[in-house]
Design a protein. Structure first.
Length: 733
């Protein structure tokens, strides 16, 4: 071995190698069970050629002296950066040319590193050339190991460490403060980016992770903490952000490096649960000069939703939107599913632009872009405001209509709507099966002013539609579009929740087709006359576009069927079909191959709570297959579904990728999470585990995973009657 590869440039096909001088030194120390000392002046040096050094003021006599010692040497070391508050700060300066240390000429890195490694804690006499003058300086040698972080604080999946010499160098700041190595769930939602330097929390200065731990462990009455931090690239100004730490989703620990052990020494950290005290009835309901705003705005709330673990292929973890209070006595708020896509997460409502209340997800419409949240109405006692009325109008929007928008700054704006058009929104199937609005009739409105959303109301304040954000996939990109969801669809969702019934699905995707198509497919004249008797806007038919496999609909219907009637009533509207399907059995009249026939279908029951359980093993997240897999991929889900794989985890190292099904563990078939847990919980640390896989396309495979439980323990996240909770298994610390 003559060198070690250090780097490469793919553009020029060049590689760079390091000599082995210091590698040999380290190897010998290890073989003798001696520590490998590393000294530092906390200064960066650059090797420059003599021609450049002459321009910096190097006297010719000194150059000749250095050249005479080593003819192969082409230059000398210059100071390129002195780290603030380091041992050489105020002594060395950028541009200094290093001549000698303790009367020994130092002209290359190997000489410098050897001398510093042997001189930790000592004072060295340095001679440097500055502005053409030879100066003598004294500087101590710092222990590089002592100033390098050797521990981290893990709060959930947010990781803090002490500021390193690398961060000090990159930001040209003193080595003080706490670095956000991974913002994770808690800090990402607050907008604190990776590599930020935390300097204060709640006004208390923090210089290391022990300070952070003390602040987080102290009792407090507010869930929100205020952090002051510095972002790389903006080192001369600080920023403020609020963040929240809770114990619901994650465990916390502090880990110390142990060089003679396989794993770091990790100890659990206990953080107090915070019950925020909100005095009911003290928050005034805002008043407006505009009577319509006075009627509508108090019932509008900002919704912030944060997701700790990926489930159902959700495309992001942090969302913001606008909700509308539908029932102030029960504390029910409606919001779009592009703000609350799944049930697992922390929801927070902002009332009146100032009051924050927690909420839980109680309803997720399986087919529509509608979710319902529930808050504690007792927390708003004394803040009286009437809930808004949802109209049942079926047809075009009224001529006089207003959009009340909730702006990003917390204010409200009223905008007259003078042009609306009814349209049918439909999307291509997403590549990863996730919730997506089914084909639906909505309203498009031109020139809508920017806002986070809001209701479309008439002059009396009755709600005719809700301006919502719809997420969909276009090729490989997630896009968003705003439309107005008719109030009658929202009203039916509220009724469904209040009834306590499951959503009943026909398990069929329908779309509109021209009446002419049905005529070409052989529609009998007497049926044609029934459709021609309808208003012009309703002269269309419903076409079976897709079926959910292994359902009653899949057994009795075919793609291409024309749906004519349900229980004897003519249907030409998508939403009417959905409403009529909310029965244990329905009689459907279809046109197929020129023949009209009746079939009896039993709709499937679909939970309106979504996925309620996750299991994490070896760094991969598993769940029961969700409904969208069958709906959009047309496959019967088998086993348990891999919804996510964490970076750096054993699962990812062993290529256990997401969007696949695990059908067996070491040859033992698993069909649900309980069976999967029973098998993997038998596996010891590092025990090879073989997982049988099935792709969406039906391709089989097998992956062997070596679990590691110190940093990747097995745990479960599940929804109970009292809310979400975490259950730890086996080796969790």
């Amino acid at each position: 071995v003559v060198a070690l590869n250090a780097a490469a440039n793919t553009r020029t096909a060049s590689s760079f190698f390091l000599p082995l001088y210091r590698v040999q030194h380290a190897l010998k120390r290890l073989q003798q069970d001696l520590p490998i000392t590393r000294g530092s002046l906390q200064t960066l040096f650059s090797h420059k050629p003599y021609r450049s050094l002459t321009r910096l003021g190097l006297p010719e006599s000194l150059e000749n002296e250095v050249r005479a010692l080593d003819e192969s040497n082409t230059g000398m070391l210059t100071v390129s950066q002195v780290l603030p508050e380091g041992v050489a700060d105020g002594k060395l300066e950028e541009g200094d040319i290093l001549y000698s240390i303790n009367s020994q000429i130092i002209a290359n890195y190997v000489q410098l590193e050897s001398l510093l490694d042997e001189s930790i804690g000592q004072s060295l006499q340095l001679q440097v050339v500055r502005q053409g003058k030879l100066l003598e300086l004294t500087s101590e040698v710092a222990d590089l190991h002592a100033i390098m972080p050797d521990s981290f604080l893990e709060v959930g999946d947010t990781i803090f460490q002490n500021m390193s010499i690398q961060h000090s160098r990159a930001m040209n700041l003193p080595q003080s403060g706490v670095v956000v190595m991974n913002p994770g769930f808690f800090l990402t939602s607050a907008g604190i980016p990776q590599s930020s330097i935390i300097t204060e929390i709640d006004g208390i200065a923090v210089t290391d992770i022990d300070d952070v731990r003390k602040v987080l462990s102290a009792k407090r009455t507010s869930k929100k903490l205020v952090a002051r931090f510095i972002v790389p690239g903006r080192e001369f100004t600080s920023s403020l952000a609020q963040f929240e730490i809770n114990n619901r989703w994650f465990q916390h620990r502090q880990c110390q490096r142990r060089d003679d052990q396989r794993f770091w020494d990790c100890q659990p950290v206990s953080l107090p649960d915070v019950e925020e005290q909100v005095i009911a009835g003290t928050e005034p309901v805002p008043g407006f000069k505009d009577p319509l705003l006075n009627r509508v705005a108090p019932a509008m709330v900002r919704v912030d939703f944060h997701i700790p673990y990926s489930a159902d292929n959700v495309y992001a973890h942090h969302f913001t939107g606008i909700g509308l209070v539908l029932d102030s006595e029960r504390g029910l708020v409606v919001v779009d599913r592009n703000t609350v896509p799944i049930g697992l997460g922390d929801a927070q409502l902002t009332f009146f632009g100032s009051l924050l209340l927690d909420a839980e997800v109680v309803f997720l419409h399986p087919a529509h872009n509608i979710a319902l949240l529930k808050y504690d109405p007792q927390r708003l006692q004394g803040a009286e405001f009437p809930p808004l009325n949802l109209t049942e109008q079926n047809g075009d929007l009224p001529d006089e209509l207003y959009m009340v928008g909730y702006r990003a700054d917390g204010t409200f704006r009223k905008h007259a709507v003078d042009d609306s058009s009814r349209l049918t929104a439909g999307f291509e199937s997403p590549s990863l099966p996730r919730f997506q609005q089914s084909v639906v009739d909505v309203f498009g409105i031109a020139n809508m002013p920017p806002s986070l959303g809001g209701p479309l109301v008439d002059a009396s304040g009755d709600v005719h539609a809700l301006w919502m954000s719809f997420a969909y996939q276009d090729n490989q990109e997630i896009k968003q579009q705003e439309w107005a969801m008719p109030a009658r669809i929202v009203r039916e969702a509220l009724r469904l929740y209040q009834s306590g019934q499951d959503f009943l699905s026909l398990d069929v995707t329908l779309d509109y087709r021209p009446l002419a198509l049905a005529r070409q497919l052989g529609m009998p004249d007497h049926w044609l006359e029934k459709f021609l008797a309808l208003p012009a806007a309703s002269r269309r038919v419903l076409y079976v576009q897709q079926l959910v496999p292994e359902t009653d609909a899949a057994a009795k219907l075919r793609v291409g069927d024309i749906l004519l009637a349900i229980d004897g009533e003519l249907v030409t509207d998508l939403f009417e079909v959905e409403k009529r399907a909310q029965n244990p059995e329905v009689r459907i009249t279809i046109l197929r191959d020129g023949e009209v026939s009746n079939v009896r279908l039993q709709p499937s029951r679909v939970s309106a709570l979504g996925t309620q359980r996750l299991v994490n093993w070896a760094g991969a997240t598993f769940q029961e297959p969700h409904r969208d897999i069958a709906l959009y991929k047309g496959v019967k889900p088998a086993g348990v579904y891999i919804s996510d794989t964490d970076q750096g985890s054993p699962a990812l190292w062993d290529r256990l990728y997401r969007n696949r099904f695990v059908t067996a563990v070491d040859g033992v078939a698993v069909s649900n999470l309980d069976e999967f847990l029973e098998q993997v919980n038998k596996k010891q640390q590092d025990e090879i585990t073989r997982l049988s896989l099935l792709t969406m396309g039906g391709r089989k495979g097998i992956v062997s995973v070596q679990p590691e439980y110190t940093f990747w323990p097995t745990f479960e996240i599940r929804r109970t009657q009292s809310g979400w909770e975490r259950v730890n298994y086996g080796y969790d610390q």
